[in-house]
Design a binder for this molecule. Structure first.
Ligand code: UDP
Length: 338
């Protein structure tokens, strides 16, 4: 058996895919999740400990009871719009919760952490594509909360030899290639699932003219007025974590590092809808509504540092892969409220 890895937020979207990948590679995996937004049945091949990173005693118990070698920390609140209206829960969960986690790790002599950071730490970047040295000026509390943690990790690296790699995700997309695991958020706010839900509604006989799909703003300074994002397949995000983990073990002296994870290509909201029409063969209509709070117009990664230093390469760089795998999943596992 390889090393034991604790995955916080392992019942969530990206975390659950990570659990499966690590377990498939022979790791013992323990999931720590409060199930506030995750799903217990998404935890496959791992022990589930229901607990909250806000609770230091629950964290201490996990580290005391199990021989954990490293932590991958996915547990976080991650809705940009929600963070603007409820910053308190974002700072408490994402910043204080992470501080509790790393203090518990440090107290138990565990100094290896992979941290889920985000392109939202860059805010509205001055230039594109975004490299790791692009200045970070978040424009919403979600991005601020993640940047604060990055700073904490740098300081812990300097002071305590705490080894961490922060992975700045662009937009995670897609479902398991073999159809075994999907994407489920409650509430669902992400673009790709919502487009595919609309396609399912029409396929079930719904009127295309009564679309449930809203586009948040068509007056951004982009080529078609809608926001541009860099969509990375969830399976590729996970292989990047495994690569980062290996780098951490090979170079324990390096303190805190940060890498962008994207595919170096952007799609506008309208382009994503077009691609979904092709994949599904369904007439997907939409309504244009006002902008959502906190949305920057364009985020595209330069992920070459991850490709070189982590020796990682996305297997599914084109959005069609993510859409096809998601469509396969949602066709078989439609949301309850459809
Ligand atoms: N978006 C949209 N309608 C929706 C959901 C999202 O127009 O119902 C837009 C959103 O404004 C953003 C892009 O799609 O520009 C991606 O949003 P998502 O919530 O999927 O990810 P985020 O970029 O916020 O992490």
């Amino acid at each position: 058996m390889k090393e034991t890895i604790l995955i916080t937020g392992g019942a969530g979207y990206i975390g659950s895919h990570m659990v499966r990948q690590l377990a498939a590679h022979g790791h013992k995996v323990i999931v720590f999740d409060n199930l506030s937004r995750g799903n217990a049945d998404a935890v496959i091949d791992a022990e589930l400990v229901v607990g909250d990173i806000g609770n230091s005693e629950e964290l201490a118990a996990v580290f005391k009871n199990s021989d954990i070698d490293a932590v991958m920390h996915f547990a976080a609140l991650a809705y940009v719009g929600e963070s603007v209206h409820q910053p308190d829960i974002y700072y408490r969960n994402n910043v204080l919760g992470t501080l509790n986690l790393i203090d518990a790790m440090h107290a138990h002599g565990i100094n290896n952490l992979i941290f889920s950071s985000t392109c939202a730490t860059y805010g509205q970047p001055e230039s594109l594509p975004i490299t790791e040295s692009t200045p970070q000026h978040p424009i919403n509390p979600y991005g601020h909360s993640k940047l604060m943690v990055e700073q904490i990790l740098k300081d812990y690296g300097d002071a305590f030899n705490f080894r961490s790699i922060a992975l700045r995700y662009f937009n995670a997309a897609g479902c398991a290639v073999d159809g075994s695991l999907g994407e489920r958020h409650d509430p669902e706010t992400h673009l790709l699932p919502l487009i595919l839900f609309e396609a399912l509604r029409v396929r079930n006989g719904g009127d295309p003219e009564e679309s449930t799909l809203n586009i948040f703003g068509s007056d951004f300074e982009t080529h078609d007025g809608t926001c541009i994002r860099d969509y990375i397949h969830v399976s590729d995000l996970c292989t990047a974590h495994t690569a980062a983990y290996h780098r951490m073990l090979q170079k324990p002296e390096l303190g805190a590092e940060q890498f962008n994870l994207g595919v170096n290509r952007g799609y506008s909201v309208l382009e994503v809808i077009e691609a979904c029409k092709k994949i599904t063969g369904i007439d997907i209509q939409f309504n244009t509504v006002t902008r959502r709070d906190g949305d920057p117009p364009e985020l595209i990664a330069d992920a070459s540092a991850a490709m070189i230093k982590l020796q990682w390469k996305p297997e599914f760089p084109s959005i069609e892969h993510s859409l096809q795998h998601a469509w396969d999943w949602f066709s078989k596992n439609p949301p309850d409220n459809l």
